[in-house]
Design a protein around this ligand. Structure first.
Ligand code: ADP
Ligand code: NA
Length: 345
């Protein structure tokens, strides 16, 4: 989109897996390299969000932030074409978050399905719910307001997000409308979802679930920085099926095989049809898996090497973060001044 501001964050959870890559980071790269006059791209590491799920040792968070930035850069995000920064380095996010918190009802927060599903994990009866509320931190409940502040502090117009986030973006829109109505302004644009051709990648061992770093079976999850022999081992263990003969794409009947085809299509930017055509020579699952391994090892080679280099080059990483922070803050400080004026601060 021309003359727009595209915004997205990702949590610093350490290394990124191919689901994160094909579901988020790859589309950031594609977007920021598309010629679109007047459009600004702002992408960052959601380190403030990372502490909503509990206290971590400082060293762990610090190294996760570091790895996340190195991971984004190794995927080819170009700091000349987009702003790359750490959320916490722009304190205006937190300030706007407070103003928006004072405009948001507990009821609206309580209706968020991600919150509700967490609350239900303990059980459905009233005493279980009370126990949950007793121990759960307010930050987890207010998370969607911080997300709204992240987006609105830049007066963003477009947000590339997956389906799992669409309810949160809906909340962001209603917070923006609420602010505009409350302070009789149209300061905040109402941000739109930017649909990108991102893919949903499934767990290798249980292709009925999505690939996730929190999967207890770590062979279900391929990290973009995994060594070739690790990739080979995980692919060998991937669940397929007992259908003989050449592979074909049928997500319902053949979820495991189709997931691997989908991964091939994502990393090579080829259509599913093209990938299946290239696999016509395959006679059995072993040959298919060797093919998948070869493609992944080759496609991620450059990323893996760049990641390792970046992890050693703290000075460069720091420079990228500082430049990103300065550019982001320039926008954020201007906007927060307007917000303060509107509120009367
Ligand atoms: P995880 O499930 O591993 O904890 P996150 O929830 O931190 O991953 O997701 C970070 C980003 O990566 C989000 O944009 C999310 O939509 C995307 N993502 C995560 N897992 C997948 C997946 N299996 N397939 C596609 N996208 C994914
Ligand atoms: Na998740």
């Amino acid at each position: 989109p021309n003359n727009s501001r595209v915004f997205s964050l990702i949590q610093p959870t350490g290394k990124f897996h191919i689901g994160n890559y094909l579901g988020a980071i790859q589309s950031w790269k594609t977007l920021s390299e598309t010629e679109s006059p007047g459009t600004q791209y702002i992408f960052g590491i959601a380190d403030l969000h990372a502490i909503t799920t509990g206290v971590k040792p400082a060293g762990e968070l610090r190294s996760n932030r570091h790895e996340a930035m190195a991971g984004i850069l190794s995927c080819g995000l170009n700091p000349k074409k987009c702003i790359l920064f750490h959320q916490s380095s722009v304190p205006e996010h937190a300030e706007l978050h407070w103003y928006l918190t004072c405009l948001t009802s507990m009821g609206a927060l309580n209706r968020m399905t991600q919150w509700k599903s967490k609350a239900r994990q303990l059980g459905d009866d009233e005493s279980d719910q009370l126990k949950f509320l007793e121990h759960t931190k307010a930050g987890l409940l207010c998370y969607p307001i911080l997300q709204a502040a992240d987006i609105l502090i830049y007066r963003s117009t477009h947000v590339p997000v997956g389906d799992d986030q669409s309810q949160h973006l809906e909340m962001c829109r209603s917070v923006a409308i609420n602010f505009n109505n409350s302070y009789k302004t149209n300061f905040f644009p109402i941000p739109q979802t930017l649909l990108t051709p991102s893919k949903k990648i499934l767990s290798l061992r249980n292709p009925l679930k999505k690939m996730s770093k929190s999967d207890p079976d770590q062979s279900s999850c391929i990290y973009i920085t995994d060594a070739p022999e690790v990739i080979a081992k995980k692919i060998r263990k991937a669940t397929t099926d007992s259908v003989q003969g050449p592979v074909y794409f049928d997500p319902e009947a053949r979820p495991g095989v189709s997931n691997l085809i989908n991964i091939l299509s994502g990393v090579t930017s080829q259509s599913i049809e093209q990938v299946v055509e290239d696999l016509a020579y395959v006679k059995d699952h072993k040959q298919f898996k060797d093919h998948v391994t070869d493609v992944l090892v080759t496609e991620f080679k450059q990323q893996r090497e760049l990641f390792e280099e970046l992890m050693k080059d703290g000075v460069y990483l720091e420079k990228v973060c500082h430049e990103g922070r300065d550019k982001a803050r320039e926008i954020a400080t201007k906007n927060i001044e307007e917000v303060r004026k509107l509120i009367g601060m």
